[in-house]
Design a protein around this ligand. Structure first.
Ligand code: APR
Length: 240
């Protein structure tokens, strides 16, 4: 049995047409004010600008589609579980729905999702399409308190403890399309390595993260299908 844990970042959706945050053409590189806006303080001070930013990202989701990396992970999940090869965990820092649209199930969204709204009053979540007006009423508590269900800078990521436990049990931990610069997600790689996992990175610009054992230096749409084939071909422990 081999327990797999995947952590994906903005890079896995880059070839689908969604901008990353850092590096060339990254959203935060292009506009530092935008990064400040996407924070708890930004939401408190400029709610309509924050809502407008995420409305635009939500609308963009309808114009893009999963790429071969998303599809390969969904196929691997299906086979890994059906053939009882071990556990399969897919965690993402992305708030897009491309993993789900590719067929992945039980995706752990550390930084929330664009396709839901969160009540700042009662914590209720409701699926959301289209624009989210400021002070929209929550269907559960009626408070005019719905906001984008995205974890902003200064807010606490989700699934933290569950993922740390999974990372310590992983036999193979694969980080795809992340700059590994945001914590606590980046800490998961070190946790997995410290507990004996084979750690693999898929990135055309290797991050140089010390805890990574193997780097697949190329775009996710090419490297992930290849890695999936290797894993399915039984190259479990060390697919090289
Ligand atoms: N395939 C694989 N990786 C790619 C590709 C590609 N086609 N294109 C770019 N990358 C890599 C870049 O080299 C970079 O290392 O994806 C990474 C994207 O890094 P970031 O933009 O920093 O994204 P991420 O690591 O997901 O950011 C984490 O930070 O800003 C917050 O909440 C935001 O969830 C985000 C978090």
């Amino acid at each position: 049995m081999t327990d797999l844990v995947f952590l994906t970042g903005a890079g896995i959706s880059a070839e689908s047409g969604l901008a990353t945050f850092r590096g060339e053409g990254g959203l935060w590189e292009e506009d530092e004010d935008l990064r400040a806006l996407c924070s708890a303080e930004g939401l408190a001070a400029q709610p309509s600008n924050v809502h407008a930013f995420y409305d635009a990202r939500r609308a963009q989701l309808r114009e893009v589609a999963p790429n071969p990396a998303h599809v390969a992970l969904a196929q691997l999940q299906e086979r890994w579980i059906r053939e009882a090869r071990g556990t399969f965990t897919l965690a993402t820092m992305n708030s897009d729905d491309l993993h789900e649209r590719a067929g992945s199930r039980e995706v752990l969204h550390l930084h929330g999702t664009l396709f839901a709204a969160l009540c700042a009053e009662c914590g209720n979540r409701v699926g959301w399409e289209g624009e989210l007006p400021v002070r929209e009423d929550c269907p559960a508590c009626d408070a005019p308190a719905l906001r984008p269900d995205v974890v902003l800078f200064g807010e606490t990521p989700r699934h933290r403890h569950a993922l740390e436990a999974l990372a310590t049990k992983a036999d193979i931990f694969i980080a795809i399309g992340t700059s590994a610069s945001v914590h606590p997600a980046a800490r998961l790689i070190g946790l997995a390595r410290a507990n004996g996992a084979v750690t693999i990175e898929v990135n055309p610009a290797p991050t140089g993260t010390a805890d990574i054992l193997h780097v697949l230096c190329g775009p996710a749409s090419e490297e992930v299908p290849r890695l999936v084939r290797d894993l399915l071909a039984g190259a479990h422990a060390v697919p090289f």
